[in-house]
Design a protein around this ligand. Structure first.
Ligand SMILES: NC(=O)c1ccc[n+]([C@@H]2O[C@H](COP(=O)([O-])OP(=O)(O)OC[C@H]3O[C@@H](n4cnc5c(N)ncnc54)[C@H](OP(=O)(O)O)[C@@H]3O)[C@@H](O)[C@H]2O)c1
Length: 319
């Protein structure tokens, strides 16, 4: 992969900001940094330029909750006409006590995937990813099911109970947090990050042969703004505890380096989910082998549910 143009979503704070800084230090020629408003993206680009003493940052407005914002960002990229080499789909959030839905009826912590799907498929459609492009999307260790306080929904059982076994309808209900879904913030987050891992596997099967996509858990990095909406148990109990125990947390920079390391992986491991070793939240990343992550029916159900909710299908985009 040529170290030419990188694109980082959610660069206004935390891991996205750290990743953009590292990419500049590693000599990338241009790094497009996004924020929900142009003003925030411009402020971020200016901060990063000052921190790195380089002028390689291009601000772009991108609110993943709003399809019109994704369309405007895509139009700006089409207008530039230069393909991206590294797409870092980092934006995401831990949901709060009160359920939040976007204007299009998507649960707020699931919404970044919908926007990221619209963006990625739009870029593929416009031929704006270089032939050996790498795509990294942020997942998280709760997708494994071995993190205390977080558990994910058994999609097959949920589909059988409420949707006559239709897993696509079941995942769509999780993306929208209804019907038949009780809002439990930690479970919603685990589901969101698991659906990302499944979507990644399904996208890998659809990408042109030289490109690759990986889901990457950045690991525990509590010194970002990720838990700003989290409930008291997570915010005041789990996170302070995690910070006290050696080996349970790492700096945002160390976490961001996981994304960049994954961007150097080959097409042979495209579609896989990389995270800390099982039951760990820090340390080197490895490909996860948990059977539920490799359930092809759930991977395809996740893909089709995201297509339905986003109203963007890769087959039609590629046509
Ligand atoms: N830090 C950790 O311990 C940890 C662990 C596992 C996974 N992760 C994942 O790592 C990623 C980065 O998190 P972080 O720790 O850096 O958190 P952060 O400091 O809160 O940064 C998140 C970034 O994503 C943006 N964002 C969120 N939702 C968005 C949307 N709908 N549209 C556009 N931008 C949106 C935020 O913008 P606004 O400020 O405008 O909302 C912000 O720039 C997330 O996907 C998170 O789930 C983090």
């Amino acid at each position: 992969m040529e170290r030419s143009i990188a694109f980082v979503t959610g660069a206004t704070s935390g891991l996205g900001h750290a990743a953009a800084r590292i990419l500049a230090e590693e000599g990338w020629r241009e790094i497009i940094v996004t924020g929900r408003s142009l003003a925030r993206a411009q402020q971020t680009a200016a901060e990063l330029a000052a921190e790195t003493t380089t002028q390689v940052f291009t601000p772009l407005e991108l609110d993943l909750d709003r399809p019109s914002s994704v369309q405007s960002a895509l139009a700006a990229l089409v207008n530039r006409g230069r393909p991206l080499d590294f797409l870092l789909l980092n934006a995401g959030m831990v949901p709060g006590k009160t359920r939040v839905l976007t204007a299009t009826g998507v649960e707020a912590s699931q919404a970044p995937l919908i926007g990221h799907h619209q963006l990625t498929v739009g870029l593929l459609h416009a031929n704006l990813l270089s032939p050996d492009a790498r795509i990294v999307i942020a997942s998280a260790e709760p997708a494994r099911g071995d993190v205390p306080l977080f558990s994910f929904t058994d999609v097959a059982a949920f589909a059988t109970k409420h949707y006559q076994g239709d897993r696509t309808a079941a995942v769509e209900a999780l993306l929208r947090n209804g019907p038949n879904v009780k809002y439990v913030p930690n479970r919603t987050y685990a589901d969101a990050k698991l659906i990302i891992a499944w979507w990644t596997a399904a996208l890998a099967r659809r990408l042109p042969s030289g490109m690759a996509v990986y889901a990457v858990a950045p690991g525990s990095a509590p010194d970002t703004r990720v838990a700003r909406n989290a409930g008291p148990a997570l915010k005041w109990l789990m996170i302070p505890l995690v910070k006290l125990i050696p080996g349970m947390s790492q700096t945002p920079e160390t976490a961001a380096r996981r994304y960049i390391r994954a961007s150097t992986f080959g097409t042979d491991v495209s579609g896989q989910f990389f995270a800390s070793a099982p039951k760990k939240l820090t340390g080197p990343i490895e490909a996860m082998r948990h059977p539920h992550l490799h359930d092809r029916a759930n991977q395809e159900a996740a893909w089709h549910a995201v297509v339905n909710v986003s109203r963007v299908d890769f087959s039609s985009a590629a046509a």
